[in-house]
Design a binder for this molecule. Sequence first.
Ligand SMILES: [Zn+2]
Ligand SMILES: [Zn+2]
Length: 224
Amino acid sequence: MPQTTTQPHPLAKYADRIDASADYTARQLAALLELSLSSVHMMAGYGWLPGSRMRTPARGGRKYTWTGQQLLRLAGRRIKVQYDHERYAPSTLYRVGCRCPECTAAHNTESRQRRRALAEEKFPEPQRTRLVELVGEGTPVEDAAQEVGVSVGYVFGRATWDAAFADALDDAGWALCVLGESSPACGTAGAYRGNDSKRSPRPPCRGTGCREYKRESSRQTHST
Ligand SMILES: [Zn+2]
Ligand SMILES: [Zn+2]
């Protein structure tokens, strides 16, 4: 027998973000709830979002809209849920309280996809390509990031999970090596640090060779 409980409405936690005077489409509701559009459609299908008005947009199809007032009313209600894994999608059950491994995993996957979709919007492919090009021409990553309009944190953040981008950036980054990648001093502590002697000053190197050195040496420090 599936377990039945009453739970706060999934909207409850987001009530303070609902604008009472606004209208919400399913897409806007998904953004508000940090859920995928299909999860919102499922919730509507379960009857958790009654009171929508259906509009038929000019280009056809159906479009549900809710007023902010309705959503605020719904947010205050409790809903009765069965943790019925055959009937409900796991990411939806997670939203209403199920923390079984299956629902937790589905929730984690969905949040990761959402974060990545957002990242994709803020730092789309053409900008990534342009950034890699600039770096390949010897533009420091900070400057290249500024030129394509993202923060440098975004660039290195993306490189932590997008292996193809990380590789392209590493490839291009050899162009930043102050001593040149064939120099035996490239990829050493001295090259990474640079030197400010008056006779032969050299800026700290942030080319791929020296960043690899740095990555490796901080890995060693952390593991000892
Ligand atoms: Zn579950
Ligand atoms: Zn270097």
